[in-house]
Design a protein around this ligand. Sequence first.
Ligand code: FEO
Ligand code: CA
Ligand code: CA
Ligand code: CA
Length: 653
Amino acid sequence: MDPIVRDENPAGSNPTTNPHLEQLIQSQPTRRSLLASAFGGIAAVRFLGGGSLLAGAAAAQDPGGRGHGHGPLLGFTGIQASDADQLQVPAGYTAQVLIPWGTPLFRHSAMFQEDASNSAADQEGQVGFNHDGMHFFPLGRGPAASQRGLLVLNHEYTDANQIYSATQGNVITNDAAGREKVQKALAAHGVTVVEVECDRHRQWRHVRGSRWNRRITGNTPMLFRGPVAANHPALASTITPSPKGTLNNCANGHTPWGTYLTCEENWNGYFGTDDPNWTPTALETRYGVTRTGFSYNWHRAEPRFDLAVNRNELNHYGWVVEIDPTDPNGTPVKRTALGRFKHEGATVTEARGRVVVYSGDDENGDYLYKFVGERPWRQERAHGRSPLDHGTLYVAKFEADGTGSWLPLVHGQGPLTVANGWIDQADVLIRTRQAADAVGATRLHRPEWVAVHPKTGDVYVTLTNGSGNGAAVNSGRDPNPYGHIVRFREERGDHTRTTFGWEVFLLAGDPAYDPAVPPQQIAFGSPDGIWIDPDGRVFIETDISNSSQNRPDRGYDNIKNNGMVVADPRTGDVRRFLVGPRGCEITGVVTTPDQRTMFINVQHPGESTTFWNNQFGAPSPASPSTVSSWPFGGRPRPATVVIQKVDGGVIGS
Ligand code: FEO
Ligand code: CA
Ligand code: CA
Ligand code: CA
C-alpha cells in the first residue's frame, strides 16, 4: 500500500532530527562509500552498482557469471515500458491468471459475482482482495515439489468502489447495511492458503475443496506471544476481549520450520471517530493515528474501530503474525518480540543456527529493524519454544562513511530505562517507534521489502520513495519520487553481528529526467517488492503511486505502468521483465523450487484517481491512465499470475 495516496500524513510521523540517510548520501564526497574499510582493507567501492566490492565478491564466487548452472542472470530479452491495459512478459514466456479475487475456495463457496453482489459470508469462502506477499510451500519431494504446493498470500486492503455493488454504494452507514459492508471488507482482508497444482500441459489450477484451503481474515482469532502477552493491560478491550483479526497485511516472510509470516502495515488508517472530544496521544500520533484515519469510516458501523470507544484495539495491530499453512485449524500467533510498527515484510535468514528477521517500517522517515534469535532455532523448537519469541530487536543506524551499526531495543539499555519512563520490554515493543527514536536510528525513505542474497549474504532493502520528511535533503532527489535500493553486508557476513557496511545499489528513476540515474539502468520507479532467486537474479517489483504520476515533477512518463525488472547484482544492469495492467502495482514474488514456475501478484488493477475522487476528494483529476478492466475485460480483479518459460527453463535465464 502506498501511504502517499492514503495516509493523512505523507511526510511521516517521525518527530526526531535523527540524521536522514539522504543527508548521509549527500555528505559522501565523490559519492563513494567505504564499505570495505570497516572490515579489513579492501579497496573503496563505487557509490553505484558497477565495480563495487559487493559485485566483485559475487563475481569471485561465480566466475563464469552464469549463476547456479541455470544460465545467465539476464538471459531474456527485456520488454519496453507500456501503458497498455495488459500484463506483458518477454518473448518465450507465458503468463496465466490464477486465483483472482473472489475465487471460491471450498466445496460450498459461492461463485464470484461480476456485479460485486457477493455477501460478507460469501467472501469468507473466497480468495481475498488485493493480493500482496506470497510464498509457495511445496507438497511432496523431488520434481513433485515443483508441481504441487500450498500458495499462501496476504490481502493488503480493500477498495470500497470495487468490492461493493453499485446498489450498495461505498458509504459506510450506522445500520445493518453498513455493518454488512464492513464485514465484507474484513472478510476480504487477511491471508489465503490454497492448494495449487500443475497438470501435464503445465497449466496451474487451484484445488477447490482441498483440506488445506483456508481464509484468515480481519475476524480470525489471534494469539499473542512473546513479551507482550495476551493478558497485557495494553491489549485489554471490552469489545474484543480475545484479540481477533489481522489487517493491512503487506509483504511477508517464511521460516525454516515451514511457517508463513504476514505483516501488519498501515493498520492505523482503519480507525476513526466522530467524538469531538477525542484527541490522540503522542504514541498514537507517532503511529499515524488520526480522527479520520483513511476515511474508511468503519467506526460508524463497528465500534471496534471507534477510537473513542475502544482505544486499546490499536495495540492489537502492528505485529508480525505467524501462520502454519499445514494446520488449517491452528490459531495465528502475533510474535511481539519482532516489534510493533508498520511492518512491510519479515525476511528470515539464518546465521550461526539462529534466525535473523529483517523488517522495514514503511513510512517516510521511519526505520529498518532486525531481530536476532537468542539461541539456535532448532534448539528452541526442541524445547517447545518459538525461536521468534526470544531474541533481540535492533534498529539500523547508518554512518556517512559507509559503515553502520545495529542498536539494541532492550529495556534497561541506553536510554530505554525506567528513569526515562520505559516500564519493561513489553512497553519498549508496544512503543517500538519511540524506542527507535530514542536510540538515534537513521531515518529512511520508506523501507519496503528486504532480500538476502543466497550466495553472498548481502542484504538488499528497497527504499521506495520519500518526501524528505523535513530533513535538509539536498541531493537533487528531494522529494525523491523514484526511490532507491540500498544494500549492506553484515560484518564478516554474520547476520547476528551488530556492525555492517552499506552502499546504494541502484538509484531508481528515469535517466531521461534524472542525470544521476546511470544509463544502463532502465527506467523504473518506486521499488517495493524484492526477491533474489537461488542463482542471484534480483527481481524488483514497482509501486509508483498514482499521486506521483500526477505530480508537477512527474518523471514517470517514460516509466508508465508498474512492473518487474531483474537486476544483476554484480554489475547493476537492469532489464524489464514484466509490465502490469493499468493502475496496478506488482508485488509478491516466488518460484517453485525448480525455478521453472514463478508466481507474482497484480494488486489494485484499475485503482484510479477517479475512485479516490469519488470517496475522498483526492486533489488530482481523474486519470484515465489507471482505469483497467484486467484480467477478464470487466470489473478489475487483483490476481496471482503464473509465469513460465515456453521451453520449460529457469525463469530469467
Ligand atoms: Fe504495503 Fe509498503 O507497501
Ligand atoms: Ca500495495
Ligand atoms: Ca509500496
Ligand atoms: Ca509493498
